[in-house]
Design a protein around this ligand. Structure first.
Ligand code: NAD
Length: 365
């Protein structure tokens, strides 16, 4: 019997990632949809052919015969939907950032663990082949002891209106949750927990302008910079920007991650998903193709050679379904989402209070 999946929130990311991702899974099927926006619901219904649709997600959770739920709404709704889904016994994949606060994220972890359901946070960029291979290189000791971690996400979104993302009340943060959260997950994935962070944030645009020329208030940061110390003693530098003039946007703009180790170094760039740059001690970087076994996660049904740019995003839906079939934890889980939420909160506190913020409990794991 296939795993029956509901999509809650059928906007951009459900259409771009989750509908095709679940569509590729042999033993899963989207069977129900929910969105309060009739046009988003109609589009997802026409793409999937699914006619069991709900304006109210809680009605879906009450009525629809589904085993698993993907929550892809604005961040403000994640906690209530995830807790309700877990309480009703459904496995849950939730978009990032997991929640609006650490307390909410903790509640979500507890609800999922209490219910004994599978839980996953959509840190999509872990699934880029170059990041999968980088993870292998760093964690297998191929570059020795990691000394320095560096991540940059530069895009130029100019002053265009970005809907709920520019409202603190719906997003919880700006660039910190929107783009930096993925790179904080890279840091955990590659180097481990952090001990303390010192951060600055900056807001360039107090209003953003929609297609009709109407200005809408924005109260979220457009830029974040952060220094970090890992529990291992390694150092980290992060910069994530929506107003990086010169960098355009999307998958080809700068998404860079580097680890310098005692014996070598490695660089990931989203703009080159099928290669890393690698250097030995004392040497310069040279290109290295991602080996075949890292081009998709084990067992993934997709053709990794057909679509290097979009296809890796479908592996996260495969991972969710596979974990349900195999009764094992998802990678990454809500616990990974909670750990990122803790660092996000420390970064926000550091930026507001102009101080270094410790993550000692976090670093002890
Ligand atoms: N993993 C990634 O790479 C990635 C990329 C983009 C967005 N996201 C995350 O995905 C989530 C959605 O982002 P998006 O870009 O698709 O936004 P979006 O605005 O395109 O879509 C969100 C949809 O949720 C619907 N919605 C609002 N309230 C709802 C509710 N209570 N119940 C059900 N549906 C509701 C909206 O009508 C809209 O159609 C956010 O958490 C965002 O951070 C993740």
């Amino acid at each position: 019997m296939p795993i029956r999946v509901a999509l809650i929130g059928t906007g951009n990311i459900s259409v771009a990632n989750h509908i095709p991702g679940i569509g590729l899974c042999r033993d899963a099927q989207v069977v129900a949809l929910s969105d309060p926006n009739p046009s988003a619901l109609a589009e997802a219904s026409s793409v999937t052919g699914v006619t069991r649709t709900y304006a109210d997600p809680f009605a879906l959770l009450k009525d629809a015969p589904v085993d698993a739920v993907i929550v892809a709404t604005p961040n403000r709704f994640h906690r209530d939907l995830v807790v309700a889904a877990a309480d009703s016994g459904r496995h849950v994949l939730c978009e990032k950032p997991l929640a609006m606060s650490v307390a909410e994220a903790q509640e979500m972890v507890l609800a999922a663990e209490r219910a004994g359901v599978r839980h996953m946070t959509a840190f999509t960029y872990r699934f880029v082949p170059a990041m999968q291979y980088m993870h292998h290189l760093v964690t297998s000791g191929a570059i020795g002891t990691p000394w320095h971690f560096r991540a940059q996400r530069f895009q130029d979104w100019d002053r265009r209106a970005i809907g709920w993302r520019q409202r603190l009340s719906e997003a919880g943060s700006g660039e910190v949750g929107d783009m930096l959260s993925h790179r904080l997950d890279f840091a955990h994935f590659l180097v481990g927990p952090m001990r303390r962070v010192t951060a600055l944030t900056s807001q360039i645009w107090p209003t953003r302008v929609d297609e009709a020329g109407v200005e809408h208030v924005s109260d979220t940061e457009d830029w974040v910079g952060c220094l970090a110390e890992f529990a291992s003693g390694a150092t980290g530098v992060f910069e994530s920007v929506k107003t990086a003039t010169g960098y355009a946007g999307g998958a080809t703009s700068r998404d860079f991650c580097e680890v310098n180790g005692s014996d070598g170094a490695v660089i990931y760039e989203l703009s080159h998903p099928l290669r890393v740059l690698r250097a030995g001690k004392g040497g310069n970087y040279a290109e290295e193709a991602v080996p075949a076994e890292f081009r998709k996660i084990a067992g993934s049904p997709r053709n990794s050679e057909a679509d290097a740019w979009q296809g890796f995003r479908y592996d996260q839906d495969f991972e969710f379904i596979e974990a349900i079939h195999l009764h094992r934890a998802c990678r990454p889980s809500f616990i990974d989402g909670l750990r990122v939420q803790e660092v996000m909160a420390a970064i926000q506190a550091s930026a507001v209070e102009h101080r270094t913020v410790g993550l000692e409990a976090h670093a002890r794991g």
